[in-house]
Design a protein around this ligand. Structure first.
Ligand code: SAH
Ligand code: SF4
Length: 346
């Protein structure tokens, strides 16, 4: 079945041409889908009735539905979203004074099996389509608009590994950038990856100046392989080399995400090894105290450890920030997101 939510204005134009409609109807449809959140073909009043009726018969609009919204005191909202086939993912809406951002899920579950992350617990169920990703932006934008704001940033940091769902992810980035829709600047989009090296290199050649965030979490292979099985296929050095290439091709400084887990990867010696490995890379480190997930036997690093770790990186002149975790009391922070099977709560 044709998935109109995944098509760009030109492709929609080609589609409506099947019904004898002129190409500008494709642009009209794209705008109606993403600026006005068209739910029902009947509401597309700019179209002749016969065209609406035929479109409705051929191309059902399989829009996402918000099943539940949880809002934290800091304003962060976690949306439990149902897909047309009944699967569910989570989308997080983060209000900032300078424009709101949305954390988008790219898959139902995740195949990478990182040993600290809630998203991987179920394995991968399926990939999302570009339209299912874009519809999460649309739902988040509806939340923002209710508060008089708009979505201006997109982070692919929800459930799933975006580069495991490469084609849909790249299509989604282009659709989200389209000025007839959300018109979000590429430099305000971040693709976060566990380090799929061949896909990082491919992304570097797409001509999309998006920010790449690499989940590093350990400076050497023994520790990283323990935390992230993907490291056995793409070890630390290969990931760092790919990041260097990404910077060379796009001019975009790469972010390294580094979770701090008490007693596992947060020691002074580990910080020094990390600094040594990142020396000379146009990199930025984002330190993230691990968010507890009850299925794993870890604790977040205490604040004094976070400070000490950061101080060592800064002394080595590695630019570094500590992520402020929003929405923790509703488990809306990175890595706490899950895909819920129907009927299961999270
Ligand atoms: N699959 C991609 C993007 C989604 S995960 C990736 O792994 O990069 C987004 C970020 O959340 C990653 O940096 C991931 O390592 C991190 N994360 C996973 N579990 C976490 C947890 N329990 N607490 C904090 N961050 C976590
Ligand atoms: Fe998947 Fe990312 Fe979670 Fe690893 S951290 S299991 S890659 S979502």
């Amino acid at each position: 079945m044709t998935d109109v939510l995944s098509l760009d204005p030109g492709e929609l134009g080609a589609l409506v041409a099947e019904l004898g409609a002129p190409a500008f109807r494709g642009r009209q449809l794209f705008q109606a889908l993403w600026r006005d959140r068209l739910e029902d073909w009947e509401a597309l009043r700019a179209w002749p009735q016969a065209l609406r009726v035929e479109a409705a018969r051929r191309w059902p609009l399989r829009r996402l539905r918000v099943v539940r919204t949880q809002t934290a005191r800091d304003g962060t909202a976690k949306l439990l979203v149902r897909l047309a086939d009944g699967e569910q993912v989570e989308t997080v809406v983060l209000p900032h004074p300078y424009g709101w951002s949305v954390c988008v899920s790219t898959e139902v579950g995740c195949a990478m099996g990182c040993r600290f992350c809630a998203s991987g617990l179920r394995g991968k169920v399926r990939r999302l389509t570009a339209g299912e990703m874009l519809d999460q932006v649309s739902l988040a934008d509806a939340e923002a608009r209710r508060a008089g704001a708009r979505i201006t940033r997109i982070d692919l940091m929800g459930v799933g590994e975006p580069l495991d769902n490469y084609d849909a992810t790249v299509r989604f980035l282009r659709l989200a950038h389209d000025p007839l829709g959300f018109g979000i600047a590429y430099r305000r989009m971040t693709v976060s990856t566990s380090g799929l090296v061949p896909r990082i290199l491919r992304l570097a050649d797409e001509g999309l100046p998006v920010t790449l965030a690499v989940s590093l979490h350990a400076p050497d292979d023994a520790l990283r392989s323990r935390l992230m099985p993907v490291n056995r296929a793409y070890p630390v050095q290969a990931v760092l080399d790919a990041a260097r290439t990404y910077f060379a091709r796009t001019g975009r400084r790469v972010t390294f995400e580094y979770l701090l887990i008490a007693g596992v990867n947060d020691g002074d010696e580990t910080a020094r090894r990390l600094a040594a490995r990142l020396r000379g890379l146009a990199a930025h480190v984002n330190l993230i105290p691990w968010n507890p997930v009850p299925e794993f036997p870890y604790q977040p690093s205490p604040p004094e450890r976070v400070r000490a770790f950061r101080a060592i990186l800064e002394a080595a002149r590695i630019p570094c920030t500590v992520r402020k975790e929003l929405g923790q009391e509703i488990a809306a922070a990175c890595g706490q997101l899950r895909s819920a099977a129907e009927g299961q709560g999270t």
